[in-house]
Design a protein around this ligand. Structure first.
Ligand SMILES: [Zn+2]
Ligand SMILES: [Zn+2]
Length: 252
């Protein structure tokens, strides 16, 4: 950084001090993540043990397959997340998703890169953000999963493709439904646009939050039908605490 640039930045920080995105406390630096030390404490990473497939935190033992994955395997090989979906991560995700807050995005990416969430994922040939339906995309103006993919994987920009997976019809959030309605909601909701492009490829699906895992499961299903070799997933956060965060079979 040049002397002049540093000077301008110092002046900016003096005139417009950065504030914590969690509690608005004034911060000494404008470098992301914009969180004070108190709010940072809530950004809980997910230590092992967890399910080797769906990534659900497990109460004890080594990493192993959880009961849900044993009983009804997911289409995806591995689902990994950096954080639990709680304050301040949930605030940053909401600020990005509903207000298009790019400072929130930079802060999330900076936090993600400090975690070891990708450690056991294979290097992907293609990175696909979970798509929004065109109607939702028009309302929101952007797909937060695409922004997250670009911010979290800066070294893999060329592998990010937002044109290969399509959401064919609008769906309602899975958390508002139960059982049969959930399965019906996502049935044939996604399709692959250029099957030959995903054929024989290792795919990494990216989304903001894993809630039930059913959206990622449905996306992985159509990608495998198009003969992708393997589908792994990364979400910034996942909901639920140890022992309760995973999907249950009925949630799929
Ligand atoms: Zn704070
Ligand atoms: Zn599992």
């Amino acid at each position: 950084m040049s002397f002049l640039h540093k000077g301008i930045q110092a002046l900016q920080e003096l005139l417009f001090p950065a504030r914590c995105l969690g509690c608005e406390e004034q911060l000494a630096s404008s470098r992301p993540p914009l969180l004070c030390s108190d709010c940072l404490k809530g950004a809980t990473t997910l230590p092992p043990p967890f399910c080797t497939c769906c990534g659900t935190p497990l109460p004890f033992g080594d990493n192993h397959l959880c009961l849900s994955c044993l009983e009804e395997p997911l289409a995806l090989t591995r689902a990994r997340s950096s954080f639990l979906y709680q304050e301040p991560i949930s605030t940053l995700v909401r600020q990005l998703k509903f207000n298009g807050n790019l400072t929130g995005l930079a802060s999330l990416a900076a936090l993600v890169q400090e975690t070891a969430a990708f450690a056991d994922l294979n290097p992907p040939d293609l990175i696909l953000p979970v798509p929004l339906h065109i109607q939702r995309l028009r309302e929101r103006g952007f797909n937060q999963s695409l922004l997250l993919a670009r911010a979290c994987f800066p070294e893999w920009q060329q592998r990010i493709r937002f044109d290969l997976l399509k959401r064919r019809r609008p769906t309602v959030p899975q958390t508002r439904l139960s059982g049969k309605a959930r399965r019906h909601n996502l049935h044939k909701a996604f399709c692959v646009q250029q099957p030959h492009t995903v054929q024989g490829k290792h795919i990494l699906l990216v989304d903001d939050v894993l809630t039930t895992g059913s959206t990622l499961h449905e996306c992985a299903k159509v990608l495998l039908e198009a003969e992708a070799t393997e589908v792994e997933t990364f979400t910034v956060a996942r909901s639920g605490a140890a022992g309760t965060g995973g999907r249950s079979v009925s949630q799929r």
